[in-house]
Write a protein that binds this ligand. Structure first.
Ligand code: 13P
Ligand code: 13P
Ligand code: MG
Ligand code: MG
Length: 370
């Protein structure tokens, strides 16, 4: 059976500052998806999660990717969530709804989507990764290492199904006229892929396919909000869907690179470097409006119906990684805003720092040469 998984997410308001949506807000989103999506037969199944202050709707259906009614369902659910946010006085009500009227697809409107259509295998395990306080380039490092590096993907050595390697589609997210993408084959073009992926604010993995079977393994939401709004309106807080096992890496191999707690851009005001902390599902945000978090739901799907989600970072091993992430993050935070503690200038260009620089520029004087 051919099935589509659609993950559509948005931040439409939260309790505290940018910490966590209220229960009523998330319930309003669920109610809308249940009544207008599942009960009306548009969806086969759905789940709603939160990570930090973002809401993630995971839907299964047979309509294919970019189907307007599916996107409208999610958009309207976020509008309902926004109404609750306003009623309750939540912070940042409607934050990610950057346009007033829906026009066919959430992309370019604020919410982000990651969608994949595939022929269901007899056993179809997949992982939904959901982040807060960071941008979609967060997945470059773990998707590179989890698929292309035998230090994490031992299956590249042990499992013949992956001998042919993988094909990565990478998007230049700074190009805003249309989707600008390149496809690179691993292992032959692994070093060229590395050249792009080292700059995760500019080049973002959009998808990965098996070269042996052509099956799609992964999809990432690639929206950069500052490219839509032209200024800082909040972080992108991406979602990714990754299928696992058989012709793909095992679930454990896909999770393995997250033990690095790699440094990403995000955290407080979206403007700092911070170590990514793998957290339990539904985690809140706290220290320095961070740290940047990733959560992971493990699910199996059959005939479009999803099992319960298991919480893949709710296991004692990840306590060690969380402590390590806190230590790595604090190492940078002690340095405040100096040098590499803050995000690169290209990211800060969307913040108020540019206005101050413009004012100061007028006060600069050029000394005459003697
Ligand atoms: P099982 O023998 O438990 O199925 O595990 C196989 C495997 O490859 C785990 O990575
Ligand atoms: P969000 O993008 O998660 O709303 O965070 C915004 C922010 O600036 C936190 O300091
Ligand atoms: Mg927010
Ligand atoms: Mg957020």
């Amino acid at each position: 059976m051919k099935i589509t998984l659609s993950a559509i997410k948005a931040d439409v308001g939260s309790v505290g500052g940018h910490n966590k949506p209220s229960q009523r807000l998330t319930q309003a989103i669920k109610d809308h998806v249940e009544n207008e999506g599942k009960k009306k037969g548009l969806l086969i199944d759905y789940k709603v999660f939160t990570a930090g202050d973002d809401n993630f709707i995971i839907m299964s259906h047979t309509k294919g990717v970019d189907y307007p009614d599916i996107h409208k369902l999610a958009w309207d659910a976020f509008v309902k969530g926004t109404q609750v946010a306003k009623e309750q006085g939540l912070y940042g009500a409607g934050q990610d709804l950057l346009k007033t009227a829906f026009s066919g697809n959430v992309r370019g409107m604020g919410p982000s989507s990651a969608e994949m259509e595939f022929e269901e295998r007899p056993s179809e395990p997949f992982i939904v990764f959901m982040c807060d306080k960071t941008d979609p380039g967060v997945f470059n490092y773990p998707l590179y290492r989890g698929f292309a590096d035998p230090f994490h993907n031992a299956g590249l050595i042990l499992a013949p199904e992956m001998d042919a390697g993988f094909e990565y589609t990478v998007m230049d997210v700074n190009y805003t006229e249309a989707d600008k993408v390149i496809t690179l084959k691993v292992p032959e073009e692994q070093y060229q892929l590395g050249v792009l992926l080292r700059d995760p604010e500019h080049y973002v993995i959009e998808s990965i396919h098996s070269r042996a079977t052509k099956d799609q393994a992964a999809v990432v939401s690639t929206s950069r909000l500052h490219n839509i709004a032209g200024k800082y309106t909040g972080k992108d807080d991406p979602v990714a869907i990754v299928r696992s096992q058989k012709m793909f890496p095992s679930t454990g191999e896909i999770l393995s690179p997250y033990a690095t707690a790699h440094y990403v851009v995000g955290d407080n005001r979206g403007s700092h470097n911070i170590a990514l902390m793998p957290c339990k599902l539904g985690s809140i945000i706290s220290y320095f409006d961070g740290p940047a978090i990733v959560t992971a739901a493990g699910i199996c799907i059959h005939n479009g119906i999803m099992t319960e989600a298991i919480d893949l970072f709710d296991q004692p091993f990840w306590d060690y990684v969380r402590n390590k992430a806190a230590e790595k993050s604090y190492g940078l935070r002690e340095q405040g805003f100096f040098g590499s503690a803050m995000a690169p200038m290209e990211e800060l260009e969307y913040t108020g720092v540019m206005e101050t620089l413009a004012k100061l520029d007028k006060k600069f004087t050029v000394r005459e040469k003697k």
